[in-house]
Design a protein around this ligand. Structure first.
Ligand SMILES: [Zn+2]
Length: 156
């Protein structure tokens, strides 16, 4: 078995050997892709066509899979049949990811906006509805608690 365990291609993708076919052909998938169906895996010859910049027989230091995935053109790694099936799904996923990114940014802005607010000096107690000074306990609640304790201690 002379096929390397790790191959780097010119486009900056790091490939790891995932399996070897019955015919003895090593199949590779990008390191960022955890599970990869065999039909989209690449052979060493296909990687050579992309331009191999390095290879090794040991596993690489783990890379940030998200960052590595961003630079990856998955459709370019597939044959046409697979790409035509995966393309609409991928487009949907990317569309959803973009919407989530926008929503995330909107929420971050809202949080920053809320954190920048200064609370009013007089707050409304959520227990009794009376007004109290911000940062202090509610005087009405404190009074009621004390009265209840007095009544309890007095034996009614
Ligand atoms: Zn209160």
């Amino acid at each position: 078995m002379s096929a390397p365990l790790v191959v780097n291609t010119r486009r900056g993708v790091c490939w790891t050997r995932r399996t070897v076919t019955e015919g003895g052909i090593a199949l590779y998938a990008p390191v960022a892709v955890r599970t990869c169906p065999e039909f989209v895996m690449a052979t060493l010859a296909e990687l050579a066509a992309q331009g191999i910049t390095g290879s090794a027989d040991v596993l690489p230091v783990p890379v940030d899979p998200v960052a590595a995935g961003r630079g990856l053109d998955l459709l370019a790694l597939m044959d046409e049949r697979a790409a035509s099936r995966v393309s609409p799904v991928l487009a949907g996923v990317l569309d959803k990811a973009e919407k989530l990114r926008v929503e995330n940014g909107r929420l971050r802005d809202r949080i920053a906006e809320l954190e920048a607010l200064t609370p009013a000096e007089i707050q409304t107690c959520r227990v009794c509805g009376a007004g109290y000074t911000y940062g202090q306990p509610c005087a009405t609640c404190v009074f009621r608690k004390r009265m209840a304790a007095e009544r309890g201690a007095g034996g009614a």
